[in-house]
Design a protein around this ligand. Structure first.
Ligand code: AMP
Ligand code: GLY
Length: 427
């Protein structure tokens, strides 16, 4: 089959690479891709942007693409799935209506609260004066979020009233986040362990994928500004079967059932960002309508089944026929970012990489290929990912891989996976 993957990040490199491993997949086109996808066997980059829906439909029709899988949220939120389906094309992802779970935080929070799905208490505002009044009676820290998409930067955790007021004003008065910040959600700060829980969903079935944990803060020990994610590992062994069953019963099934009941049937990857408290009870921090980045990189290094087949089954509402197989080992990915990210950073720096092995893989994100040289071309640039018998050994292998990368001017955390590794097992 011929597959089209939409996107250009580490997640999309991992998706395309995983599909291409299998003989049943003849070619994988990546729109627009990066240097990693340009260099990979069976992968072909095409120069079409992720939101150029008309051009993508034309391309999929001309090349007789059998299956399209969407990486990032932006095209989903503007309705790429509806458009492909209206053109008779097979695509796996949520419709525009269903993508609101990620596209609008106020939609998501109202949906969760209306349907009694556990989440932090909250209030929605579109004027700063009542928002400022409201926070005066709330405990700190408090969380302020833009309603719309803000590339992972629209969440402020305020430790003081002054910071909270500044965040409210930045969003509602200063237009700092554009229209995404015309409405805001103010919510209770939750404590506990974060978990990324992703399921594949079709009209009738839900298939959970392997668990993972992201590291959103830029610096070691979860300090520094929030980023798109500085590294991830899978599985999260502290989350036992009882907790997982509880997540399915109190969060995932009710979400899928209620979306259907309310006329917005959800299909696609459903990513629940969860906070699990010390009693093992989970609450929803956010929903994403796609796979996570960088969670996908370690997850797909562990996936033994063919991702393209799974997505094709799902697109035909036959996920109940899927037999998903995972490598029992752990996988861990370390993101190498350009120094300065998530603020200003340099581009066009040359990078030299070691060869991939059976147990290690370097996924590209912000890279481009110029005269056969790999140059940096974004904030998050690479994800060095490795397998190991447990998270500790996957971590050791991933950092050995990082040490073989020749790139002046990269920045990375050196504690990815720290919550999964007991201090006495550290070197
Ligand atoms: P979100 O984009 O909503 O997932 O928020 C980004 C990150 O901010 C999350 O991964 C959490 O680390 C943190 N966060 C968001 N909402 C809350 C909350 N209510 N309590 C504590 N941390 C939060
Ligand atoms: N890693 C977080 C996300 O993909 O939103």
């Amino acid at each position: 089959m011929k597959v089209l993957i939409i996107g250009s990040g580490g997640r999309e490199h991992a998706m395309a690479w995983q599909c291409a491993k299998f003989d049943s997949v003849e070619k994988v086109f990546v729109a627009p891709g990066n240097a990693g996808t340009a260099l990979e066997k069976k992968l072909i980059n095409i120069d079409i942007g992720v939101e150029a829906i008309d051009e993508l439909v034309e391309f999929a029709k001309n090349k007789k693409i059998d299956l399209t899988i969407v990486g990032p949220e932006a095209p989903l939120v503007i309705g790429i799935v509806d458009y492909f389906q209206a053109n008779g094309l097979t695509i796996f992802g949520p419709t525009k209506a269903a993508s609101q779970l990620e596209g609008s935080k106020s939609f998501c929070k109202d949906f969760l609260s209306r349907n009694k799905i556990p989440t932090a208490t909250y209030k929605i505002f579109d004027k700063s004066a009542p928002a400022i009044e409201y926070i005066k009676n709330q405990s700190l820290p408090i969380v302020i979020k833009t309603d719309g998409l803000a590339a992972g930067k629209g969440v402020i955790i305020a430790n003081t009233q002054k910071q909270a007021i500044k965040a409210i004003n930045d969003m509602l008065e200063e237009n700092y986040f554009g229209v995404a910040g015309n409405k805001i959600v103010i919510e209770e700060f939750l404590v506990g362990e974060e978990l990324s829980f992703i399921a594949m969903v079709d009209e009738n079935n839900v298939l959970p994928m392997a668990t993972s944990q992201d590291h959103k803060a830029r610096d070691n020990n979860d300090k520094g500004p929030n980023t798109g994610g500085m590294g991830a590992y899978s599985p999260v062994t502290s989350v036992n079967n009882e907790i997982l069953q509880n997540i399915m019963n109190t969060i995932i099934y009710p979400t899928v059932d209620k979306m259907k009941e309310q006329g917005m049937t959800y299909t696609g990857f459903l990513y629940a960002g969860l906070m699990i408290n010390n009693k093992g009870k989970a609450k929803v921090l956010e929903y994403n309508c796609r796979l996570g980045d960088p969670e996908t990189q370690p997850i797909l290094l562990r996936l033994k089944s063919n991702l393209a087949n799974l997505c094709l089954l799902a697109a035909n509402n036959k996920l109940n026929d899927a037999n998903i197989k995972w490598d029992d080992r752990a996988a861990l990915g370390v993101v190498l970012a350009a120094d300065g990210y998530p603020g200003d950073y340099k581009k066009d720096q040359q990078i030299t990489l070691p060869d991939d092995t059976e147990n290690t893989k370097i996924f590209h994100a912000g890279t481009k290929l110029v005269n056969n040289k790999i140059l940096s071309n974004g904030g998050r640039v690479l994800c060095a990912t490795a397998l190991g018998k447990d998270v500790k050994s996957a971590k050791d292998n991933a950092y050995k891989l990082v040490n073989k990368i020749d790139w002046q001017g990269c920045y990375y955390r050196d504690d990815i996976g720290f919550k999964a590794i007991k201090p006495n097992t550290e070197d």
